[in-house]
Write a protein that binds this ligand. Structure first.
Ligand code: PLP
Length: 385
């Protein structure tokens, strides 16, 4: 058993005041100094000293230490949302005239942010594999951005191969590791330079938090903490940091339960006549299953499957028939959710992303697998009828 299974305590070296098992939440926005000289000294390392909560705060700092320990990072910086972390990280790495390579399908708003950067002269190209990256790479390519498993399709990339390719060309790699959590995949140990998470998903785990984090070497994280974090103002609040700390205390047991239930549901769907395919890397039939065995130490419970139809009304009917799965965006909480992406995104985006009309994304929660399978089974029967 490695340290991660006690991540409830990871990064917390000191006993808390009066034997409290939880750290106090520092609710204050400002910290005072004895002398003008003390304040001036603290301001020199603004990102490391407690001055004002838009910079940092002891509770946020503790959440950062715990996340860094779990992700095997030298340093982590928490933000007020996953997009806050993503936009600050990309902004920190690129300048006008730079080019970004995007490998595989990524979270939609991340692509939107890259499009937004075009007005500052930063361009990007989407590629599906390293052979295509070979053709698309330019002397101005500064950054390679990816997710593994990829967004909605759950395609796996060979992370050491990707980072080796980028490193030999002097390109920085940034990976969104939200799907796996740092418990099940540690991209920094496979050569990725910076790792991002939306903390709003499994790490928060209770659908009551929006947050993000960037993890990596001090050399790369510190400039983000000193510049983009301070200037964009997407700060994490101490209350949200306390929720991150609380989420980490139960992350290993929650993820074990998510994994078990997700796999049980995926196996049920795989054998159903109304289902064309199931995109879950834990299934032996998944094209990335061997890679998953090398790179992942577990599977989260977000995956998709394709209903045997190309009719949007049939997909709506199926979703509306579900009683236990709720229809909602986001994922990673205790509750099971379902969504039909083709029903809510623009047709041009759907075809570019290669999302079939019948694709349904499930976020399997912590309810008993039998309850969830019964629910899906009932909705699939109406679908066939
Ligand atoms: C893979 C992935 N990355 C990043 C984000 C953005 O995180 P947030 O909603 O916390 O800004 C999301 C949100 O759905 C996501 O699914």
């Amino acid at each position: 058993m490695n340290d991660d299974w006690i991540c409830g305590r990871l990064g917390e070296d000191e006993p808390w005041l009066m034997g409290a098992v939880n750290p106090p939440v520092f609710e204050n926005s400002i910290f005072s100094f004895e002398t003008v000289g003390d304040l001036a000294g603290a301001l020199k390392d603004e990102d490391e000293n407690y001055i004002y909560w838009r910079g940092t705060n002891p509770t946020v700092d503790l959440a950062q230490r715990k996340l860094a320990a779990l992700e095997r990072a030298e340093r982590a910086k928490c933000f007020g949302s996953g997009m806050g972390a993503i936009s600050a990280t990309i902004s920190s790495l690129v300048s006008s005239g730079d080019h970004v390579l995007v490998l595989g399908a990524i979270y939609g708003p991340t692509t939107q942010f890259l499009r937004y950067l075009e007005k500052y002269g930063v361009t990007h190209t989407h590629v599906t594999d390293l052979a295509a990256a070979d053709s698309a790479v330019m002397p101005s390519t500064r950054l390679l951005y990816f997710e593994s498993p990829s967004y909605m399709a759950y395609e796996l990339f060979d992370i050491p191969a990707v980072t080796g390719w980028a490193r030999s060309r002097g390109i920085v790699t940034v990976m969104d590791n939200t799907w796996s959590t740092p418990l099940f995949q540690k991209p920094l140990t496979m050569g990725v330079d910076l790792v991002l998470h939306s903390l709003s998903k499994y790490i928060g785990g209770h659908s009551d938090l929006v947050g993000g984090v960037v993890c990596g070497s001090a050399v790369l994280v510190r400039p983000i903490a000193r510049t983009e974090y301070m200037l964009y103002g997407a700060a994490m609040s101490p209350h949200d940091a306390a929720k991150v700390i609380k989420g980490l205390r139960t992350l290993p047991v929650r993820m074990a339960a998510h994994q078990e239930r997700g796999l049980a549901v995926a196996r049920f769907l795989e054998g159903h006549p109304a289902v064309r395919s199931v995109n879950h890397p834990g299934l032996p039939a998944h094209p990335g299953h061997d890679l998953a065995a090398r790179q992942l130490s577990g599977y989260s419970s977000l995956f998709s499957f394709v209903l045997d139809t190309d009719d949007r009304d049939q997909v709506s009917k199926f979703l509306d028939h579900l009683r236990h799965f709720r229809i909602a965006v986001s994922w990673g909480g205790f509750e099971s959710l379902a969504i039909g992406p083709a029903l809510s995104i623009e047709e041009s985006v759907r075809t570019t992303m290669g999302i079939p009309i019948g694709l349904v994304r499930l976020a399997v929660g912590l309810e008993p697998a039998d309850t969830l399978i019964d629910d899906l089974s009932g909705a699939l029967e109406t679908f066939i009828a």
